[in-house]
Design a protein around this ligand. Structure first.
Ligand SMILES: Nc1ncnc2c1ncn2[C@@H]1O[C@H](COP(=O)(O)OP(=O)(O)OP(=O)(O)O)[C@@H](O)[C@H]1O
Ligand SMILES: [Mg+2]
Length: 253
């Protein structure tokens, strides 16, 4: 039976969809069967990030409203055959209850090792619907105070309902080394939850999940699978004399 994990974070734009897609790829690379479900209903994103948008025939809402079977709506990835995406609908928001989502997941969970649920921003009805369907939550946060504050509120909603862990995304090692950005460890300690991983700010990630050669996501997948806590080190390349030089160069780019 699949582990059902919601990828959430409170604040919009912190990288929930990016983490969901890249973590799915990293797990599929480890031969796990992974289903990514886009629960940001009305705003399809996952199919776009994973570049399968043109293969969408049916979507999640079609499954819920019995226009097709679940297996007709999920799309197998062209590159990683154990990775599947269930797209959200492209049209306006629909009233879908947590029970309806749970029912769909219940029909699918025996076919997968992991079901990752991409959650909408905020902590209102879309968030509640998503967390009601999961056993575990990954809270994505960036090292900015506004994001940490929203993540903290999100954690408050999650604790007691699901097992919570934290991923700090968009860490800039050069700024942490110069003391201009919170370190991932400061963020973990502010949130007081299990550290699952650190993802650096990365231009590859920005352009295309599929081309990302980001070892941080492999480490994240390993931590999720094994329960280890190996943390990607974004900062040490920017320490010492050569590090200072790199920092200067980066600042001038
Ligand atoms: N580690 C990263 N490095 C560089 N860019 C990133 C990184 N993570 C995310 N981004 C970029 O940040 C933007 C927002 O990411 P994403 O859509 O994943 O956020 P989100 O939390 O899902 O947003 P929403 O709340 O709207 O659903 C995207 O342009 C994405 O490419
Ligand atoms: Mg998103």
């Amino acid at each position: 039976m699949a582990r059902k994990i919601v990828v959430t974070g409170g604040k919009g734009g912190v990288g929930k969809t990016t983490v969901c897609a890249n973590l799915g790829i990293a797990l599929a690379k480890r031969s796990h069967r992974v289903l990514l479900m886009d629960l940001d209903i009305g705003l399809n994103n996952l199919d776009v990030v994973l570049q399968v948008e043109d293969k969408v025939v049916f979507d999640f809402v079609d499954v819920v409203e019995n226009r097709c079977r679940p297996s007709q709506a999920y799309i197998q990835d062209g590159e990683f055959p154990t990775l599947y995406v269930m797209p959200s609908c492209h049209l306006a928001k629909r009233q879908i209850s947590a029970d309806q989502v749970k029912k769909v997941i219940g029909r699918l969970e025996d076919n997968f090792d992991y079901i990752l649920l991409d959650c909408p921003a905020g902590i209102d009805s879309g968030f509640r619907r998503a967390i009601a369907c999961a056993d575990e939550a990954i809270v994505v946060v960036t090292p900015h105070l506004s994001s940490v504050r929203d993540a903290d509120k999100t954690v408050g909603e999650l604790v007691g309902n699901v097992v919570v862990s934290v991923v700090v995304n968009r860490v800039r090692g050069d700024l942490v080394a110069s003391g201009e950005m919170l370190s991932a460890f400061e963020v973990f300690s502010l949130l007081g939850q299990t550290a699952l991983g650190v993802i650096p700010e990365n231009d590859d990630v920005n352009c295309n999940a599929r081309q990302s050669k980001n070892g941080a996501f492999d480490m994240l997948a390993e931590n999720l699978q094994t329960g280890n806590c190996r943390i990607y080190d974004c900062v040490s390349p920017y320490r010492g004399i050569f590090g200072k030089l790199k920092r200067k160069l980066k600042r001038n780019v």
